[in-house]
Design a protein. Structure first.
Length: 94
């Protein structure tokens, strides 16, 4: 199994809770696209997991479509701390 396939398997086997569900689905969808899967194949692979995590069917379809509409490099956020003090805010903005 290559690293991209492993990341998708990790997503499929890890519960994702409110606050990170859409972002994690987006990442898994983009990885699936990079593996050469069509939007329909990605939907088949990821939808039941995303539903179990609590996303609605509409949210899932929109997120998968969004991931397939742009290159993976466009979505990968680099987490960084906005300030160096203890308890700083984690920012996903570049």
């Amino acid at each position: 199994m290559n690293p991209l396939e492993q990341k998708i398997q990790d997503y499929l086997h890890t519960p994702i809770y409110e606050g990170g569900r859409n972002a994690e689905l987006f990442k898994a969808s983009a990885l699936s696209k990079d593996l050469g899967n069509s939007i329909h194949e990605t939907d088949n692979i990821l939808t039941s997991k995303a539903l179990r995590d609590g996303l609605t069917a509409t949210e899932i379809k929109q997120t998968i479509r969004s991931a397939h509409d742009r290159p993976v490099e466009a979505y990968v956020p680099s987490a960084r701390f906005e300030n160096e003090t203890s308890g700083g805010n984690l920012s996903w903005d570049d």
